[in-house]
Design a protein around this ligand. Structure first.
Ligand code: XUL
Length: 543
């Protein structure tokens, strides 16, 4: 591996930025001196590069995004920005809040100026690159069984602490932060013993599909009632099935367990130094919460595992008194005692962060999972049983359909085709007609949720091996979006669709969404929409 240290001190505009890049990195002679060209260089030549950027200021904001996207899609490329980004805050700003997003592959934090509606400082931690001691390159522990996806819960605590340290060390105005909020990947469960230690060393995450037998048992016992009460039919990655499997397979550890948290409520507990409640938005993704009464469903709890009801946290209802930040976070410059809004799930937080908390706006988030969601004026479930109803942290409900083969699947196809991201995002679509002459393909590299499908690889209605790369790429993207269209009809029709997440940079994907949904497509200028949603929810906790 070749390592490059690139010093960006004194770089205040694009011209100086590209001068610094060209002077300190082995860029090709024809380097185009723009961020797209830099992205192409990284993805083409960077597979054994480690680049450390020092002293990156606001002029490098676009560079960070490009590097993050390139590193996500290029095996062997590592890019580090030392410290964290801090934009100068305007004088006289309204309250600052902190939003923390604990996602599948890392933790992000933003300091948000609620008066200006803008992020003034941010930091990120990538589990695969920054916390190598946890041996989880993609945010979960490698397992021979592709159905098993688990993570060491201590990694999430470390991610939280490191992201706060990075913000502090970069000079973010920690002492001025008035409240903290945030979110976590949905459905991960954390198990605690009476002394606060982990009674289950490996937490199942949303990608886990190893609970088929438990889902069948829940379905046989409750059938349609489960969907009517909890907003979803029995689902592999939801807490009811996860807990049931654990209690059955490790009865002693289950007996030692006194508390079952979602990752969101566990991180809230860490921040408050107390046993935190579950927020209803994320709590709705457990198959345990009755969404009409917002109380735990006693029958389902009892059926899932004996004693579960007593092991679940209390439920936080809108209007409940805010929680408070624990003393120990003074170490990061934060003021102990400031309000902490209970963390929600990443999708409910994105709904808020994208400005879609009021009904009428649909959001497609293209990330590790692709999700389609919208605020819901009234409680309604998916008749086909694939979609979910979660709580809307702003009040009421939200619908959500989740597709597990998202960005990682697209990247795999790109690499199989030997294509760079420009080819994948644009050229392939310029070379092929909309509709691809009827050629469609579906990527099943992970077991799929919507619709249920084993991890069988590519399924195409044409000869995949001999087809041209551009045909394969359009076939997969059109396959993904057409499937999304079919599976989300129950959510409603939308004249405008907002697209967020890393892959929203792709012109080809945006055009495909426009053509297949027959809707106007708008990209959101909110790169960290979940963390921003957490910060907005924190601001509400102050009022
Ligand atoms: C939603 C889901 C995923 C995770 C990703 O139900 O499982 O979108 O929340 O973090």
């Amino acid at each position: 591996m070749q390592e490059f240290i690139v010093d960006l001190a004194g770089v205040h505009d694009a011209e100086a930025l590209h001068d610094a890049l060209a002077a300190q990195l082995p860029l090709p002679e024809h380097y185009g001196r723009n961020l797209d060209a830099f992205y192409d260089v990284l993805t083409e030549f960077g597979c054994d590069w480690r680049i450390v950027f020092r002293n990156a200021g606001p002029a490098a904001d676009g560079l960070r995004d490009v590097c993050r996207d390139a590193a996500e899609g290029t095996e062997g490329l590592e890019v580090v920005f030392e410290g964290a980004r801090v934009k100068p805050a305007k004088m006289g700003h309204a309250a600052l809040t902190l939003g923390i997003d604990s996602s599948t592959q890392g933790t992000k934090a933003v300091v948000y100026d609620t008066g200006e509606g803008r992020v003034v400082a941010s930091a990120a931690v990538n589990y695969g690159k920054d916390l190598t001691e946890f041996g989880s390159p993609d945010g979960f522990l490698p397992n021979a069984d592709p159905l098993v996806r688990r993570a060491n819960p201590a990694m999430w605590v470390k991610g939280l602490e490191l992201v706060l340290a990075r913000l502090r060390d970069a000079g973010a105005p920690m002492g001025e932060i008035a409240a903290v909020g945030g979110d976590a990947q949905q459905h991960a469960t954390v198990y605690l013993a009476a002394d606060g230690s982990f009674s289950r060393a490996e937490s199942p995450i949303w990608m886990d599909s190893s609970t088929g037998a438990e889902v069948a048992a829940l379905d046989a016992r409750f059938g349609e009632a489960l969907r009517a009460r909890t907003g979803s039919p029995a689902i592999e990655r939801f807490a009811a099935a996860q807990v049931m499997k654990f209690a059955k397979e490790e009865p002693e550890a289950w007996t030692r367990t006194t508390r079952v948290h979602l990752l969101s409520s566990y991180l809230t507990s860490v921040l408050t130094g107390a046993d935190a409640p579950i927020e209803t938005g994320d709590g709705a993704g457990m198959n345990l919460l009755n969404l009409q009464t917002l109380a735990w469903d006693e029958d389902i709890c009892e059926f899932a595992a004996s004693g579960l009801l007593e092991k679940l946290p209390r439920i936080h209802k809108p209007g409940d008194a805010p929680l408070r930040l624990a003393e120990r976070f003074a170490e990061y410059g934060l003021k102990p005692g400031i309000p902490v809004a209970p963390f929600t799930g990443d999708n409910p937080a994105s709904l808020v962060g994208c400005g879609a908390a009021a009904p009428g706006r649909a959001v497609i988030s293209l990330g590790t999972s692709d999700t389609f969601f919208a605020a819901m004026p009234e409680f309604r479930t998916d008749p086909d049983g694939y979609g979910h109803v979660f709580g809307n942290p702003a009040g009421g409900f939200m619908s959500l359909s989740c597709f597990k083969n998202g960005s990682l699947a697209r990247d795999r196809v790109r690499r199989d085709c030997g294509a760079d991201w420009t080819f994948f995002d644009e050229t392939a679509f310029a070379l092929t007609p909309s509709g691809n002459g009827g050629k469609r393909a579906f990527p099943y590299f992970e077991t799929e949720l919507t619709p249920k499908h084993d991890a069988t690889g590519i399924e195409a209605n044409f000869d995949w091996e001999t087809a041209a790369p551009e045909v394969k790429i359009r076939a997969v993207v059109e396959g993904q979006i057409a499937n999304m269209r079919e599976r989300t009809r129950w959510i409603g029709e939308f004249a405008t669709i907002h697209v967020t997440g890393g892959a929203s940079r792709s012109k080809g994907i945006l055009a495909t969404i426009r053509d297949i949904f027959g809707a106007e497509v708008r990209t959101l200028d909110v790169p960290d929409s979940a963390a921003v949603g957490g910060a907005i929810l924190a601001a509400r906790a102050v009022r």
